[in-house]
Design a protein around this ligand. Structure first.
Ligand code: DC
Length: 236
């Protein structure tokens, strides 16, 4: 049965490394909902652009490539490498390739293209319409699922966000430069917040959750204490 986003979707938005993906996944697990991190879709397109050596400044070529991609986001399925989900790009596991270096540097440019957004938003709505789902991104409450009954806007100080990315990258590679990561986050905030199409914005009916100096567990507790969940429990 098809459910509309009105009944079943929880929209979570926020800037890079604000903790929205970890908290979104924990929330989805707790509720038994599907989890969709839309950032990985923009990252997968960026990876494909780089690997196929498509000119990133050629918007039309990037959009054409986006439309041709076979993209699947699956549960982690027992992989014990810290992944929150598995991303298959044309049937190849690219989950970790999406996280570092060139993809980080180029993803904001790719995600600013209108045609790329149109194609990925269509795919995101298709997934969200399948049932109860927690969807995480930048424009979920404002564009992808504007009818979602609960919208959260997750924030944290820029230093804390850079520290989280630094720790995350340190687990997988050496020579990680905190100052460079901080600079890159500030740059991406600027691009994501000022782009012409679907810039990062808090929906007017979103609830702000500040995760600075809080553990993911305490943030989850804070979210589950919201009025929305009290009313869901009463209805059940
Ligand atoms: O959440 P993230 O860092 O993995 O997102 C990667 C990039 O994708 C980010 O720079 C902004 C973009 N993005 C977007 O424009 N819209 C979304 N719904 C999700 C991510």
């Amino acid at each position: 049965m098809q459910t509309s986003s009105k009944d079943a979707a929880i929209a979570i938005d926020g800037p890079a490394a604000s903790g929205k993906s970890s908290v979104g996944l924990m929330l989805a697990d707790d509720l038994g909902y599907l989890f969709l991190d839309t950032g990985c879709m923009y990252r997968a397109v960026t990876l494909a652009v780089l690997r196929r050596k498509v000119d990133i400044n050629d918007e039309q070529a990037v959009v054409l490539l986006t439309k041709s991609l076979d993209l699947a986001i699956l549960p982690p399925d027992g992989s014990k490498d810290g992944r929150l989900y598995t991303v298959l790009l044309n049937n190849r596991d690219v989950t970790w390739d999406l996280r570092f270096g060139e993809v980080d540097v180029n993803v904001s440019q790719v995600s600013a293209y209108k045609g790329v957004r149109r194609d990925l938003v269509r795919r995101q709505r298709e997934i969200a319409n399948q049932g109860k789902v927690v969807v995480v991104g930048r424009d979920i409450g404002t564009v992808v699922l504007p009818d979602a009954p609960l919208k959260l806007f997750i924030i944290a100080s820029v230093e804390e966000r850079a520290r989280r990315r630094w720790l995350e990258q340190l687990e997988r590679t050496e020579n990680v430069d905190y100052e460079q990561i901080l600079k890159d986050i500030v740059r991406r905030d600027r691009i994501d917040g000022n782009r012409q199409h679907s810039p990062l914005r808090q929906a007017t009916d979103a609830i702000i959750i500040d995760t600075t100096n809080k553990s993911p567990e305490s943030v989850l507790e804070e979210i589950l204490a919201l009025e929305y969940f009290q009313s869901i429990r009463t209805r059940r």
